[in-house]
Design a protein. Structure first.
Length: 306
């Protein structure tokens, strides 16, 4: 219960604060974009590098988490592709269904993992995010290049997006430093300590500011179905997969949280760029964000992590 009160509730309170500030027009749209850019390119990498650098990637944790999250995500992606002929959605709508069931929000996942499982859980979560994010970006771009409305790009857009992704660079740098066995210098540690809380706060506030509930009521059955797969099927599958792959208790908990994180706000941006159904994507992101505030504590309680 203490993890719920000190870790999960504040995370969603910050998201709600961001949404409330956006509704009150606290900043103009250009202002929100500037804050989002600062968070994404500066503060969040500064938060991730020391988390991965100082993590203990034992055989019973990091490997099973990475394998479980990738394996289950790809299995759900494959089943979604096989189900395409029977889904009553347009081609652009299908791309948003596809993104909705497999992509997840690292801005929510990482602080919750750190609050529930401590520094060890945060480091493992950051590494899992660094491994899974590029894989999911590539497959989602390819699906959009096939079914998105009136667009092209395919591998070129995918590779350009990955090469410029500061989250991937930060996780890669942290992993490389981790392998050296060197401890972070005290001065650098102090800088990271000052920037880390800002990354969490700004990341969650901008995630809330990006929510749009305008379209969530337009296609309720479809959005509820996507959300159930994302918030229930994915986390439970990742939990058991991590255990089957030899993961310890920490690995299973981090895998459970990875699957239960809400849809990624970046999915909406990608849908707009590549001809997806952006309104449907916005509804999925908003609904899964609100829904995850309920399902994450329930899942953590059911599997005895709270």
């Amino acid at each position: 219960m203490s993890a719920l009160l000190t870790g999960i509730v504040p995370v969603f309170a910050m998201i709600a604060l961001g949404w409330g500030l956006k509704m009150r027009s606290f900043l103009a749209d250009d202002g929100w974009r500037a804050v989002e850019r600062l968070t994404y390119f500066i503060f969040y990498p500064a938060f991730l590098v020391p988390a991965v650098w100082g993590a203990d990637f034992g055989a019973g944790t990091a490997g099973p988490v990475a394998a479980a999250t990738i394996g289950v995500s790809f299995a759900v992606a494959g089943l979604t592709l096989l189900a395409r002929p029977w889904l009553p959605v347009s081609d652009p709508g299908f791309t948003s269904v596809f993104q909705g069931v497999i992509r997840w929000n690292g801005f929510v996942f990482l602080p919750v993992a750190g609050a529930v499982f401590g520094p060890a859980g945060l480091g493992t979560a950051a590494m899992a995010f660094g491994v899974l994010a590029p894989a999911l970006n590539v497959i989602c771009v390819l699906v959009l290049s096939r079914w998105g409305a009136g667009q092209g790009g395919g591998w070129r857009l995918a590779l350009r997006s990955l090469s410029r992704n500061p989250i991937i660079w930060a996780c890669g740098l942290g992993a490389a430093l981790n392998l050296t066995g060197l401890a972070p210098p005290p001065l650098l540690t102090r800088v990271f300590d000052l920037m880390g809380p800002g990354a969490i706060a700004l990341g969650l506030i901008t995630a809330g500011a990006g929510l749009s509930f305008r379209y969530a009521a337009a296609r309720p059955l479809l959005i509820v179905t996507i959300s159930a797969i994302k918030l229930i099927l994915l986390p439970v599958g990742m939990y058991y997969a991590a255990g089957l792959l030899g993961g310890d208790r920490l690995a299973q908990g981090v895998a459970l949280l990875a699957g239960s994180a809400p849809g990624a706000a970046a999915s909406y941006v990608l849908a707009r760029q590549m001809g997806g159904d952006a309104p449907l994507m916005a509804g999925v992101v908003a609904f899964t964000t609100v829904g995850s505030a309920i399902t994450i504590p329930i899942l953590l309680g059911l599997f005895h992590f709270l």
